[in-house]
Design a protein around this ligand. Sequence first.
Ligand code: S3P
Length: 441
Amino acid sequence: MQKKICINKIIPTYKKTIEVSSDKSLSIRTVLLASQALGISKISNLLDSDDVVNTLKAIKKLGIAYKKKNNNYEIYGCGLNGYKPKKNLVINAGNSGTLARLILGLLVKTKYQIKVIGDKSLSKRDFLRVSEPLKLFGASLELKKNSLPVKIQGTKYLRPINHLENLGSAQCKSTIMLAALNAPGSTKITAKKSRNHTELLFKYLKIPIKIRSTKNYDLIEVKGLSQFKSFNYYIPGDISSSAFFIVLTLLSKKSEIKIKKVNINDSRIGIIKILNRMNSKIIFKNKKTYKGEKIADIHVKSNKNLVSINCPSSLNSAAIDEFLVIFLVAAKAKGVSKFKNLSELNKKESPRLDIAIKFLKMIGIKVKKNKDNVEIYGNPNLSLNGKYLVKNFLKDHRIFMMSCIAALSFGGKWTISDKDSINTSFPKFLTILKNLGADIN
Ligand code: S3P
C-alpha cells in the first residue's frame, strides 16, 4: 500500500458545503459510558476511526456486547462495574491517549489484573498523570518508565479522593471522574479548565455531579455508586477535524466553505476565538443545543488581511489539538504572533511544539522559542516553490494533515509520509480535500 502522498499544486478556488468526521472525544466517551450504563444504549453517527474501533474492541474484551448497523451502534451495558474480564487480559489502546487513560479510570474495581498497551507513540506518553490519582482511589498500578504498558489491579475497597488537576487536561479530569463512578462517597476534583464533555454527559445521564466554576478552575464533585440508565446519543462533527478546512479556506484564494453540524462546545472552540482575533471573521449559523453540547454550521471565507495575535494562555486547553494549523495562519499573518505556556503540546502523539517549530523554519518562517513560549514572524507574501519532505516518525495524524494544508496553501513540491495516520481520527480527510479540488497523488 502506498504510504506517501505528493502535493505539487495549491488548491484551486472552491465554494462548497462539507461534513467532517464525528467528534472523537464524544465518540470515545459515549462508548465507554454506555459500557457501564444499565441497558441498551444507541449511539448514532459514531466516528469510524481506529481510536474508536479500539474503544469498541476494549469494551468487548471486558465482556460488553455491541451491534453495528452502518455507523449506528447498540451497546449492551451491564451497569456499574459490570465488566467480566478474563484472567491475563490485554487491552490495546493503539494510538489513543484518551482511550488508554479513560479506560484505566473504569478499571479501578476489576477483579483481575489487566494490562493496557499501545503503539510506539502512545508508549512514549506520560501515564503518571493518571496512575497517581488512581492509586489514591485504592487501585494498584505498575507502569513502565512512567508510560505504557500499564498493569492495573482493581479493588473492592475503593475510597473517594480529593484531587487537584493542574495541567488543564480533560483526559486526566475524565479518568478521575470515571473512577469516581465506582467509588463510594464524593470525589472532589479541582480542575484547571479543559474540555467538559464528560461533565455534560454525567449531567445528561443524571449521574450526581456538582460543578462550581471560578475563572480558571472548575470544582467538580461526583457522588459514586449511582447506577445510570442506557441512553441514545447522536455524535456531531469534530471541531478538531473542521480546523484543517477552516485554515485551508482562510489561506486559499477567494474560497468559501460551510461545515455542517459541528460541535462548538465553548471548551473546544479556542481555535475560532484565536483566529477571529487574527481577523478571520469565522461565523456560526443554525446554532442548536443538544444534550448540553452546542452544535452549529461553521462559515469561513478566504482572508488576505490576517493579523498576528498575542495569544492568552487561557485559550491553550480549548485549542490544544489545533495549534499546528493555528501556527500556519500565524505564518501568513501580518506581524509577530506570540503563544505561551505550550509545554502540553510536546506531550501529544508526537512532540508537536518542537516539530511545528522545525516545520515553520523549513518553510522559511522566522520563529523564536523560549522554553514553552513561541514567537512566529508572519509573512503575508509567503509563497513556496522548493521541495519539501515531511517524515513524521511517530505517524502523528495531525502532523500529516497539517502538512497537507501547508502544501495546498503555500505551494511547493511536497512529499508527505504516513497517510494511513489519518485513520486515527479522520479517515475521510483526503477524500474531502479531493472533492474540494485538491490534486493529491
Ligand atoms: C482529549 C483531550 C486532550 C486532547 C486529546 C483528546 C479528550 O488531551 O489533546 O486529543 O478527549 O479528553 P489532554 O486532556 O491530555 O490535554
